[in-house]
Design a protein around this ligand. Structure first.
Ligand SMILES: N[C@@H](CCC(=O)N[C@@H](CS)C(=O)NCC(=O)O)C(=O)O
Length: 209
């Protein structure tokens, strides 16, 4: 059984969507980061960086933070959603790292400055919104050649998709990125994505461009 500690954010949804796709049994525990629950002592034992998501695998007692590490772990545990062909496997790993080091942090800063603190720093708003837009262009180009990011549907897609689902917060018109639009809608229609999006609580329907 997987104990998932999460909140309704892109990083949290990456893991709940993956768990739904894998069909693994799990319990979702709310860590409400708007009420500082991520700083509670009990949670820090699981997630020393005081951020969601984190998991405990009760099959073996393993505790993990960092969504990218959690995704790799769950894919390896089940042998699913990570290509077995070495070249494709590394392609999926490359794009997972691209999400972890690029799309997630840049889009996250765009949310911070553009959505939640508009007018505080014009430089930061332009810097992060511009970088997020550039990353959309990079992803759109990758999707020109294949249906999914690494050819077949994988954890790379599941890592990126919840960040793209915040396109409204990022001031992005997804129609400007036709390959992302196609890819986004295909993934949004998957039953596991529809279900995993609403963990640990219903917020809104999946935004549709
Ligand atoms: N690199 C981490 C980032 C996790 C992260 O930034 N989580 C946010 C929510 S999406 C959080 O818990 N924020 C609470 C805080 O910063 O205090 C991961 O991918 O798991």
């Amino acid at each position: 059984m997987i104990e998932l500690y999460t909140w309704t954010t892109p990083n949290g949804r990456k893991v709940s969507i993956l768990l739904e796709e894998l069909g693994l049994a799990y319990n979702a525990h709310s860590i409400n980061i708007t009420k500082d629950e991520q700083f509670a002592d009990d949670f820090l034992k699981i997630s020393p960086n005081n951020k969601i998501p984190a998991i405990v695998d009760t099959d073996n007692g393993l505790t993990l933070m960092e969504s990218g590490a959690i995704m790799l772990y769950l894919a390896e545990k089940t042998g699913k959603l990570m290509p077995t062909d070495p070249a494709k496997r590394w392609l999926a790993t490359q794009w997972l790292m691209w999400q972890m080091g690029g799309l997630g942090p840049m889009a996250g800063q765009t949310h911070h400055f553009v959505k939640y603190n508009p007018g505080k720093s014009e430089y930061a708003e332009q810097r992060y919104a511009g970088e997020t837009r550039r990353l959309y262009g990079v992803l759109d180009k990758q999707l020109e050649h294949s249906e999914f990011i690494a050819g077949e549907y994988s954890i790379a897609d599941i890592a990126c998709w919840p960040w793209i689902s915040r396109f409204e917060w990022q001031g992005i018109d997804v129609a400007e990125f036709p390959q992302i639009l196609r890819w986004y809608k295909t993934i949004a229609a998957r039953p596991a994505v529809v279900k995993g999006y609403q963990v640990p609580a219903f917020t809104t329907e999946i935004p549709m461009p």
